[in-house]
Ligand binder design. Structure first.
Ligand SMILES: [Cu+2]
Length: 347
């Protein structure tokens, strides 16, 4: 399977009434087109997934036509919008489609299809998955992100708390075209082999690959759907999710993020932090403010900064550092950059 960089998860969108209009992203990062959820079609198949070191692992996919078959496509909707997703099961096992607390297709036998119909839940970040044989079918790759936008995206939410509204105002407002999905997962090749061969129990879980949007290590850090960029004063929303079984702790350099929603609930208080816990099945929205880094040199801020100002994100969990014999395998890492602010000026 091709390892070409995938661009579809870099989302540029504007919301007009209840219609979502997807517009082109920055030329330097190419085009991205999240899939409208309202009439999406997901086709479940077995899919060999090629990992960063050339290992190929048998996994299952909601859309194996993507450059990376796992995770499934990013689906997008506007809150309250009527959604009809057709789920076609081409695989030789029974599967299902569910979003916790929102919809559950029930079993979809091999070589059958089912259309799930529901109203988009409140604006926020959701994980869709195959809930059968939990957590096996999800760990085999049957998971993806659903983004629900508010009709009026001043903040990412229909009903922001006063703290979230104040935080977004304090950082200069949010351009709703600036949002990235970071969907974390862990892959245990031995488990994938066992389940593909018919195992129906977890037994052991020893992940060796730690992925963001299906990519790990250098591929993740350089992938346009993972790497965040922009200018001072252009905050970026990171919709972080964990479809795996092990906890992550994304840790970001350069700016502190503001956590806006945790486990789907809009936060009553917004804390600035450099690390956030992302346990299995978590879905946390954090805002990267794109403020002048407080340790930037020379000070005071000026156009003399050596742009771009580039920073890493890496995981602070031991598991993704010490797997594979402690040789620091290709892990869950990312990259973000503050570009030179030509038209706005720093001073
Ligand atoms: Cu660090």
């Amino acid at each position: 399977m091709s390892q070409v960089l995938r661009r579809r998860d870099f989302i540029r969108l504007s919301v007009v009434g209840l219609g979502v209009v997807v517009v082109g992203s920055r030329a330097a990062f190419g085009e991205s087109t999240p899939t409208p959820a309202r009439d999406a079609r997901l086709e479940i198949t077995a899919a060999p997934v090629r990992l960063i070191d050339g290992t190929t692992v048998p996994m299952w996919s909601f859309d194996a036509t993507q450059p990376r078959p796992v995770p499934g496509p990013v689906l997008m909707a506007v809150s309250g919008e009527r959604i009809e997703i057709e789920v076609v099961n081409h695989h030789d096992r029974t599967h299902a489609f569910a979003i916790d607390g929102v919809v559950d297709s029930g079993p979809i036998p091999p070589n059958t299809a089912r259309t799930v119909t529901f109203d988009a839940p409140p604006a926020g970040t959701y994980l869709y998955l195959d809930p059968l044989q939990a957590p096996l079918n999800r760990l085999m790759g049957l998971h993806g992100a659903l983004i629900v936008m508010p009709a009026n995206p001043v903040t990412p939410y229909d009903a922001p708390t006063p703290a979230v509204s104040r935080y977004v105002a304090d950082i200069g407002g949010w351009d709703s075209t600036r949002q990235w999905v970071w969907l974390f997962n862990q892959i245990d090749p031995a488990l994938c082999q066992r389940v593909a061969a018919g195992a129906t129990t977890l037994d052991t879980f020893k992940p060796r690959y730690f992925t963001i949007n299906g990519a790990s290590g250098f591929e993740a850090a350089t992938s346009p759907d993972v790497a965040i960029h922009g200018h001072i004063g252009e905050p970026a929303l990171i919709r972080s999710l964990n479809a795996g079984l092990a906890a992550h702790a994304p840790h970001i350099h350069g700016n502190h993020i503001g956590m806006l929603a945790a486990h789907g609930a809009v936060c009553e208080d917004v804390y600035e932090r450099d690390t956030w816990r992302l346990p299995a099945m978590a879905r946390h929205d954090v805002m990267l403010p794109f403020e002048v880094p407080r340790d930037a040199h020379p000070w005071p801020p000026s156009d003399d900064f050596h742009f771009p100002l580039e920073y890493p994100m890496h995981c602070h969990c031991e598991m993704s550092q010490t797997a594979g014999g402690g040789l620091y395998p290709h892990g869950a890492i990312a990259h973000w950059a503050i570009e030179k602010t030509i038209d706005k000026g720093l001073t």
